[in-house]
Write a protein that binds this ligand. Structure first.
Ligand code: PLP
Length: 494
């Protein structure tokens, strides 16, 4: 069965997967969505016998139908290899009755590696298939983790360049150092004087500027996106939910067919949307619990059906979730509007013009698989400390939000369904927040002292990704304001 992709806003229809991957965003500003969601074509018992790479192939082949078996298997082999520090790739850790799905064992120790270690390979194959001979320029806005993971994925890949924009002052010191020390002549990092939404809007504006695209084409460049809107990121993220279910089954934690809940610390709505896709493919999932931090725009949305970004942007200890415009939500809206692109485009126009929109009662009804929750900074820190003191298991502040929201959800609903919690970053990436959560104020200590203390507290060895930045030289120092982003790109690609 061939699966093609169409824009959520109706302006571009039935393009093959490879083209959707190359384009990132559809020409009308919409997001590509598969024309139908394929069903799992193996039993859960069969999945239980597969390793990560085999699972990845069986899921991704259903979506990337214009890739040959050889192409896809080669992409998977190059992505999920010894860059990961465990052969399991995404291991499960059980703590206090919940299953933490550790998605941070890749080269930049955050869940973005799960998709960004394969995206460059999917793109290179896609470029060949579509006879693209321009240099592909990946343009990315990052709230902290995507930028590094994307650069690590693309560094040194022939025929590609990558430019990353991040909010200066809006990311952790380790995140910033990881980006500023990135090697590779084809990589470029720019700090902007604004927040993540400014960075993301700036990138979106550049993508929709046709004149600029033509000018760049004249210089031999074609822009593309590695942001979580790219289906080449969404599809690889479906894999680990199926894999997690299969491992629970293999380990006798659940019965075949037993429904589980999935809790995801959410920002741009990409990770949880992948879990929704897994459910739609037939994975036995009951509820999808969408966890927010103090930027609780999604929590309010799931409660009221009103999406309203007109609110204060709050910097939190879970910066990768400090987002007021969750781009991937557009895909859920599209499904819940009954695949109505006009309706989706209308809502998105309202969001752009007014800063808010309201879904119909029917649309809200179709979202009842989702439960929203949020954790304040204090609740999050308390949950990190509680879990650590009771079990010895140490989690990062993003996972902390999810863990806290999950515990609140159980208290409020009495729902005892077994639950997988997406654990999206290593605590080492946020050592200051984590150490403050378990030990109180750490003022006066530098990042690397805290990292050493974290090692003693957790008993988990310091990952290579953290050791490297202790001594690596700074290689990037570009900065600009949000309205200079296009000029900056133009200068970099001179
Ligand atoms: C990106 C990120 C998230 C949010 O994921 P989305 O797909 O944007 O919802 C959560 N935690 C960490 C550590 C991240 O890097």
């Amino acid at each position: 069965m061939t699966v093609n992709y169409s824009s959520t806003r109706g302006g571009e229809n039935h393009v093959p997967a490879s083209l959707a991957i190359l384009k990132g965003l559809a020409a009308d500003g919409g997001l590509f969505i598969p024309d139908q969601i394929p069903a799992l074509d193996h039993s859960l018992a069969e999945f239980a016998r597969m390793n990560y790479q085999e699972t990845a192939y069986e899921i991704m082949k259903l979506f990337l139908t214009d890739f040959t078996e050889e192409e896809l298997k080669s992409c998977i082999a190059q992505a999920y290899d010894s860059k990961f520090d465990t052969e399991e790739i995404a291991p499960l850790a059980k703590a206090d009755g919940a299953y933490y799905l550790e998605l941070f064992h890749g080269s930049t120790i955050a869940f973005k590696d799960m998709a960004l270690s394969i995206l460059p390979h999917l793109m290179t194959v896609s470029a060949k298939k579509n006879r693209v001979d321009h240099t592909m320029v990946v343009l990315t806005a990052t709230s902290g983790d995507t930028g590094k993971a994307a650069m690590a994925g693309f560094a040194g890949v022939p025929g590609t360049r990558i430019i990353v924009f991040y909010p200066k002052g809006g990311v952790s010191r380790v995140q910033e150092l990881q980006m500023l020390t990135q090697k590779g002549d084809n990589t470029c990092v720019v700090g902007i004087s604004g927040n993540f939404d400014d960075a993301q809007n700036g990138v979106k504006k550049i993508f929709s500027d046709r004149e600029f695209a033509a000018e760049l084409a004249g210089r031999g460049y074609q822009l593309t996106s590695a942001n979580s809107i790219n289906i080449g990121r969404l599809v690889p993220q479906i894999v680990y939910y199926v894999y997690a279910y299969a491992k629970l089954l293999e380990n006798g934690e659940i019965e075949d067919g037993e429904k589980i809940n999935i809790t995801v610390p959410t920002g741009n709505f990409g990770n949880i949307l992948a879990a929704y896709f897994a459910k739609r493919m037939g994975l036995p999932v009951n509820r999808l619990i969408c966890a927010s931090n103090d930027n609780r725009v999604l929590y309010d949305f799931f409660c009221t059906g009103i999406y309203d970004r007109r609110r204060e942007f709050i910097l939190t200890s879970s910066p990768s979730m400090d987002i007021l415009i969750s781009s991937n939500l557009e895909r859920l809206l599209y499904f819940c509007a009954g695949s109505d692109a006009r309706k989706t485009a209308g809502l998105m126009a309202e969001l752009a013009e007014k800063g808010s929109y309201t879904v119909t009662p029917e649309m809200k009804e179709r979202m009842k698989d989702f439960a929203g929750g949020f954790a304040t900074e204090e609740e999050n820190a308390a949950e990190i400390r509680r879990l650590y003191e009771e079990t010895g298991y140490l989690i990062d502040p993003h996972t902390g939000v999810a863990s806290c929201v999950y515990r609140k959800y159980v208290k409020e609903t009495g729902d005892r369904t077994k639950t997988v919690i997406a654990s999206t970053a290593s605590p080492y990436k946020f050592s200051r927040s984590v150490m403050e959560a378990i030990r109180g104020s750490q003022e006066g200590k530098d990042e690397f002292e805290l990292i050493d203390e974290l090692e003693k507290a957790s008993g988990v060895p310091i990952p290579a990704a953290v050791e490297e930045i202790r001594t690596a030289p700074i290689r990037h120092d570009r900065q600009c304001s949000p309205d200079q982003m296009k000029a900056e790109v133009s200068e970099i690609l001179r």
